[in-house]
Structures are given as structure tokens and as C-alpha cells.
Write a protein that binds this ligand. Structure first.
Ligand code: FES
Ligand SMILES: [Fe+2]
Length: 344
């Protein structure tokens, strides 16, 4: 069987600010248990969360000045995960002679996140995809983290699924009014780009603020293999916001989602951070409830979907993630350019 290509990509393990010099951070990516800490130079170290001695979780230990001490018998791990001390050994030359090292992974920091790559290979970018085009001029920023009990594919699909917004986020986002919404969908090289044409309808409770005259908004959604979605809205009054979600597959049915909301609401930008955070968390909470419920049903009855033309975006993304799992480069999938009409 061909090995999955998913481990070749970069995944967020936590925020840079969580990796204090004296703090261990435990996380899980693609079923691998990881412990993260900073070495004496402040560089992030990411190792398998398993002590080489007797398999205690290293994240249950302690770290000081770049030395991680296992909480069971006190083995000390230093730079690069190398075992530097075994306190129960009377002679430390024993340690030097064996050159033991915990299994470590490639780590990198960018945009205030710590990233890991489990198995660098041909699909591994030099750096993770940067968060927001710096030229867009967003001035406000809110960051959220949430855990879903559902798969990477189902989570990713949800974030750029427009039809559900009228039901799951009724009133906050949209109401089901049956407006036709034309879109162009392009899939190429592991990416899916969606442009919504002539979108003028209300944006829920905040329409009076965001789009009081119901003019056309510029709305594009994007998916970048294997786990990034990005939603952009540009409003006629000049306001704009962008929501980027990094979905980290912890296991087959557990996904941690890091959400970055960048916004520019003109004069109001410095004052609305709390409201953006509150509103975004309410919306994500509603998504968690429906996706966790979906996962329960999938676990009971299997993942059998009945897709329609309005599900084309899901299908195109699902094929990309599935191809990666099968060890196939998604660039080999067919290039698709479609026009879809939704009713929302
Ligand atoms: S299990 Fe870690 S030192 Fe023994
Ligand atoms: Fe949603």
C-alpha cells in the first residue's frame, strides 16, 4: 500500500506564545503524540511524546533551560531530543556511549504558530502557507482554537459550505430566502477556488452595519491541500474580512481548528475585536454541534453521502484529501472548472 502523503505537510501544533521556556506542550497530529518545548536557544523542539526509557509521556515531565526531564525516572533530554542524563546510572559515560535520542520532527515558527512536519517529502513546502496577503491591509485580528469530533474532510468542507449557513447559523449569517447564488468553482493542483457572483443578499444580524444598502459584495473562498480554508468578503463600503482555518487532523475523527479572522471595518476596527471574537465563537460553536452530531451518525451508520450539484465543492475537496491519503499527488486529479447555482 502506498503511504499517505498527509504527513508531508505542515500542521500547527500550537501558538508560539504557548511554548514558554519552562512549559511543555502536548498535542497530537495524524495519530502521533507530540511534546513541544524550547531548547536553550529558544528554538522549538518537537519530539514523540514517549520516553525512550519506559514509555512515560514526556509531556508529563518538566522543562527548564532547554532540558526536558521525564517525570518517571528523570531521564534528561536536551538539544535535538538527545538523552543527556540518566540519573539512576552511577556512571554518566554510559549515557554518552549510547547516543540515544528521542524521535524528533521538523519544527518551524511562522505567523505566531509553531508548525510540525512529520515526514518531509516531495509535497513539503519550504515554509507553511503564510496567513494573509500582507498587502490586503487588514488591521484587526482575532485568533480562536476549537476541537471538533469529526474528520479533516468534513471539517474543511463545512468552513466553505454556504448552504448550511442559513440553517445552522440562522439569522447570524443568513436566512433561507431562496435567492439564487451563482458561483464559479475551479480545482487545480490541490487547490479549489470559488468565486460568488452577484452576491447581494443580507449578511444576517449585522447587515445594517456591514452592508446596509444590500449592494453586491465580493466573496471568494479557497481551499489549499490538505487542510487550509480561507474565506474573503469585501463589502461595498470598503470594509473587508477574511477567515482562515487551519484544520489539524489529530486522528481520523478528531480535528483541531485554528481560526484567524482578519478584518478592517474602517473607523470601527480598533473597537470591535471583542464582538468579532464573540460572534465568531458563537458561529463555530454551532458548527461544532452539527459536525459532532454528523460524526456520531457516521460512526453508527458509516459515511454514506448522497451528493447533489450543490455539493460539488465538497466532492472536489473530498477527492483531494482522499487522493493524499492514498499516496497520490492531487495535482494528478482532473482540472475542473464549473459553474454552480445555489439557492440560499
Ligand atoms: S520512563 Fe522516562 S525516565 Fe523512565
Ligand atoms: Fe458554519
Amino acid at each position: 500500500m502506498t503511504a499517505s502523503l498527509l504527513p508531508q505537510y505542515w500542521y500547527i501544533v500550537g501558538e508560539s506564545s504557548e511554548l514558554a521556556k519552562d512549559k511543555l506542550l502536548a498535542c497530537q497530529v495524524l495519530d502521533e503524540w507530540l511534546v513541544c518545548y524550547r531548547d536553550e536557544n529558544g528554538n522549538a523542539v518537537i519530539a514523540q511524546d514517549r520516553c525512550l526509557h519506559r514509555c512515560a509521556r514526556l509531556s508529563g515531565g518538566a522543562v527548564q533551560q532547554g532540558k526536558l526531564t521525564c517525570g518517571y525516572h528523570g531521564w534528561v533530554y536536551g538539544k535535538g531530543g538527545r538523552v543527556e542524563s540518566m540519573p539512576s546510572e552511577s556512571d554518566n559515560s554510559h549515557v554518552a556511549g549510547r547516543a540515544l535520542s528521542a524521535k524528533t520532527y521538523r519544527a518551524l515558527e511562522q505567523d505566531g504558530y509553531v508548525y510540525v512536519c512529520l515526514a518531509p517529502g516531495s509535497k513539503t513546502p519550504d515554509i507553511p502557507r503564510p496567513l494573509v496577503n500582507p498587502n490586503r491591509g487588514y488591521r484587526g485580528h482575532v485568533r480562536l482554537r476549537n476541537d471538533f469530533k469529526n474528520s479533516l474532510a468534513n471539517c474543511v468542507e463545512n468552513y466553505i459550505d454556504v448552504p448550511h449557513t442559513a440553517y445552522v447559523h440562522h439569522g447570524i449569517f443568513r436566512k433561507p430566502v431562496g435567492h439564487a447564488l451563482r458561483t464559479t468553482v475551479t480545482r487545480k493542483n490541490g487547490e479549489v477556488h470559488i468565486a460568488y457572483l452577484g452576491e447581494t443578499f443580507n449578511l444576517g444580524s449585522f447587515s445594517w452595519f456591514l452592508n446596509p444598502h444590500g449592494k453586491e459584495v465580493v466573496h471568494t473562498d479557497h481551499f489549499y491541500a490538505p487542510n487550509i480554508t480561507s474565506v474573503h468578503y469585501q463589502l461595498p463600503c470598503g470594509f473587508q474580512y477574511s477567515i482562515t482555518s487551519h484544520s489539524v487532523p489529530m486522528s481520523g475523527m478528531e480535528t483541531r481548528v485554528h481560526t484567524d479572522i482578519d478584518y478592517d471595518f474602517g473607523f470601527w476596527t480598533p473597537f470591535v475585536g471583542w464582538l468579532v471574537r464573540k460572534q465568531a465563537q458563537t458561529v463555530i460553536g454551532q458548527d461544532i454541534a452539527i459536525l459532532n452530531q454528523q460524526a456520531d451518525t457516521i460512526l453508527k451508520y458509516g459515511e454514506r453521502f448522497c451528493s447533489t450539484s450543490a455539493d460539488a465543492i465538497h466532492t472536489l475537496i473530498g477527492e483531494i484529501i482522499e487522493s493524499l491519503k492514498q499516496g497520490m499527488d492531487p495535482a494528478e486529479l482532473s482540472v475542473e472548472e464549473r459553474e454552480i447555482v445555489f439557492r440560499v
